[in-house]
Design a protein around this ligand. Sequence first.
Ligand SMILES: [Ca+2]
Ligand SMILES: [Ca+2]
Length: 404
Amino acid sequence: MFTENSQAIFISAFLAGLVAGFLLFYLLSAISARFRISMDSKWLHWWREDGRGRRRTDRGFTLIEVALVVLIGGILLGAASSGLLIYVKQTAIKTTEHRLAAVDEAIQQFLSLNGRLPCAAPLTEPPDTAAFGREVTDQCDTGSFPGTQSTGGVRIGAVPVRTINLPDDYAIDAWGNRLTYAVTEILASPNTYDPDMGAISVEDSNGNSAITPAGSAHYVLVSHGVDGNGAYTVQGVQGPTCPGATLDAENCNGNNTFRRSGLRSDTGDAAHFDDLVTARAVSAFGEAMPPGAVMAFNLVACPPGWVEFTPAVGRFIAGAGDYTESYNPGGRPAWSFSQTYALGDTGGYATWRVDDAELGLSFTAPEGTGFSGSYEIAHRPSATDPLPMENRPPYIALLYCQKT
Ligand SMILES: [Ca+2]
Ligand SMILES: [Ca+2]
């Protein structure tokens, strides 16, 4: 990667240009209309005349001095221009890196909102058309869609900037070419999202896998760099064709392997690599569900990588541990309740048949009250089989699944 400090380069280039400009101005002023210039076999003379035709100044540079001034000016100008070129190039790289990061973040937000990645947009759709920047389908693992390519379970196309609510500019890099977005198809389809199922390989300049496990990247974003080889233009037209024998050809040769490397080369030969690449794999999320995790799904079946957690069927969920509740109203008997909920314990009743003692349906008259015997204080349909009482709170049923 570039290590130069762009600000320092710009300032030094500016100062160098200033010095070079001053020297050139000095030289040019010597040969301007105010002065006359002549040259003998050895000296280059310059002077100006006063009103009476007398020379007010008469001195000269040797040809060697003139040559040195021109040479130094040229060197300084060259340094200034090359510094500016590096500055412009670095600015383009930073702009592109910023867009790649913004797209990556917007894709992550789309994932958290929709439970899947966005599919790719068409590379061939011109700007300001209805399909520009929109994912070609929300069923990314089905069929073929113009402007995208499906290979090895990976859909290759453009960044769906309008689907993920980014400005249109974020579909292109700083060199005016479209970014390439390659996404694992089942991760961009409903009900099949599984963070363990990435299908994209990302390799370094030597062919080593740049992610763990190999071939597990969810999606890749590619800027094809200064050369734009293999990229589509902002108008949706194929630019320079993908070269056959450079390192960055891996990012435009249409398969599900991509290359990411910090070693950049503008040589144009087999080592040439000027692409900017961002990749996301499961390890990059830092939020993979560990085995044993239980979640509620509003689905009729558990997604891949999850199995139904059958002990939860028909049950409310309680936190495991020791629970204590006490009540001390003052003036009345205090009471407390404690219960240990061991992990996986089940208990309770959806409905409950309450017996006489629990309901207090009858009582025996205390002595001295003038009454005796048992009195029924409420009616129930049967002394031996009371009706069940509904005691469930309002509920909604969801499917509980456990991560395998
Ligand atoms: Ca390139
Ligand atoms: Ca490739």
